[in-house]
Write a protein that binds this ligand. Structure first.
Ligand code: TRP
Ligand code: ZN
Ligand code: CA
Length: 443
């Protein structure tokens, strides 16, 4: 903010004074305590613990065991499954909602869980059907997708993720009776609500005991996100062809919402070519217990469940992050205020970088936030750990604006990344004053 008192020295004096101070003895540093080298943004998805996903499967198995052997629509094992998933999400800070519908004369339930924050006009959804057929516990179909989506949601909470887009998770009822729950959910959305869903990711059977790695061939961005993840693992994928439209993504796709998903195979037979690239048994179904009583916790391939769970987290993190044209980078920041004395000695604020290898980037971003009532007074340098100074801003007698809030790009490729980097600020002309509010380096 400008003061109302007159207080400018002629520009020539400014430069004379600046020159004088430049040759003065090295300024005493007013360093605050170093901030720890904490990267503020580390936006890679976490590894989803397989043990956590399997613990949810154990619960689904025992829920079936104490409810007549299944978790089917209209049976008590279904509602018990809803209650279990909902309790986990409520405890993790989600806003949950149970939607009731009636089918075949019995009540069905959909569960949705919204993670607070993000742009609701760009909502990314991930979901799975929670019902089993009546002949068994439905652990691969579809405890696997339900448990993995649940664990991915819980990972969002553990990370306290703050995505650009809004995240919503869904567990659908009565899929096995013809995608009933998901269709009911979609039909009850207004046009506006539908248009807010940027994409729906579906997971139905992702731990088949003789697994294939199938990616839905639908929205190209979603498809590529999954394919890229598996390529990074060195695991080949194929396009899903065992019945397009046979799961809940069809309900979303039918109203124009972009969809994608993963699948490890149902009753179709694994070919020898597929066994060659994925292992397992050629000439045998991907899931020999599909829709039968042997679809228990013994009917799961751990490696497939683990990879697919991690792929789900990867897709959720990636697709909700927003504009990814520029990688986020690691941010090192010092937010301690440092007063800049009027027409005085230079002061510095330090950011300590550690744990990196090699040199700093050729386009090192230096984010500067200096509050000052006449920015022309200020000379600002970035000082590398070895003492090399990079001028970010010179003084100017005519630059009367407030503050220096800017991101400078410095070719720091000649500097070792690790060490104590300093922002050096000197006020070279009288009257106006200010302070370093914060500054940061983005590697
Ligand atoms: N639950 C689905 C069903 O009973 C399983 C399934 C078969 C599936 N083919 C699929 C799921 C293709 C996803 C994609 O039909
Ligand atoms: Zn299913
Ligand atoms: Ca001044």
């Amino acid at each position: 903010m400008k003061l109302s008192v007159p207080r400018r020295v002629p520009a020539v004096a400014v430069f004379a004074l600046a020159g004088l101070l430049a040759t003065a003895a090295p300024a005493a540093s007013a360093d605050p305590a170093d901030v720890r080298p904490a990267p503020v943004s580390a936006l890679a998805a976490p590894d989803i613990p397989l043990a956590n996903v399997k613990a949810h499967l154990d619960r689904f198995q025992s829920i079936a065991g104490s409810n007549g052997g299944n978790r089917a629509h209209g049976r008590p094992g279904y509602k018990a499954s809803i209650d279990y998933v909902k309790a986990q999400l409520d405890a993790a800070g989600f806003t949950t909602s149970v939607q009731q519908f009636t089918y075949n004369g019995t009540t069905g339930y959909n569960l949705t869980a919204d993670w607070p924050g993000g742009d609701v006009n760009q909502t990314v959804m991930a979901g799975a059907h929670l019902d089993s057929v009546s002949s068994g516990a439905g652990i691969n179909d579809n405890g696997s997708g339900s448990a993995a989506v649940l664990e991915a949601a819980l990972a969002v909470s553990r990370a306290q993720l703050q995505p650009t887009k809004h995240l919503r998770f869904g567990w659908w009822g009565a899929e096995e009776l013809g995608l009933v729950g998901s269709r009911y959910y979609v039909n009850n959305l207004s046009g506006t609500e539908r248009s807010r869903i940027a994409g729906y990711l579906n997971f139905d059977m992702i731990g088949s005991p003789n697994p294939g790695y199938f990616v839905y061939d639908d929205d190209p961005v979603i498809e590529q996100t999954f394919k890229g993840y598996f390529a990074g693992l060195g695991v080949p994928t194929e396009i899903e062809t065992e019945g397009d439209g046979r799961s809940d993504h069809a309900s979303f796709k039918n109203v124009g919402i972009p969809v994608g998903g993963l699948f490890t195979g149902a009753s179709r037979t694994k070919t020898s070519a597929q066994a060659q690239k994925w292992g397992g048994t050629a000439g045998q179904a991907f899931d020999r217990c599909y829709h039968s009583s042997c679809d228990t916790t013994a009917n799961i391939n751990d490696t497939a469940l683990d990879r697919n769970s991690d792929a789900i987290a990867h897709a959720i993190w990636t697709l909700s992050a927003g504009d990814t044209t520029e990688p986020p980078g690691d941010v090192y920041e010092n937010t301690t205020d440092v007063a800049v004395p009027d027409a005085g000695a230079a002061v510095t604020s330090t950011v300590t970088v550690s744990g990196r290898s090699g040199n700093a980037p050729a386009a090192l971003k230096v984010g500067v936030d200096i509050k000052h009532t006449w920015r022309g007074d200020l000379v600002v340098d970035l000082v590398a750990p070895d003492g090399t100074a990079y001028r970010l801003k010179s003084s100017s007698g005519s630059d009367s604006a407030d503050n220096v809030i800017a991101t400078y790009t410095v070719d720091a490729s000649a500097e070792t990344a690790n060490g104590a980097w300093k922002l050096r600020v000197q006020d070279v002309a009288r009257y106006d004053t200010g302070y370093i509010d914060s500054w940061k380096l983005t590697f």
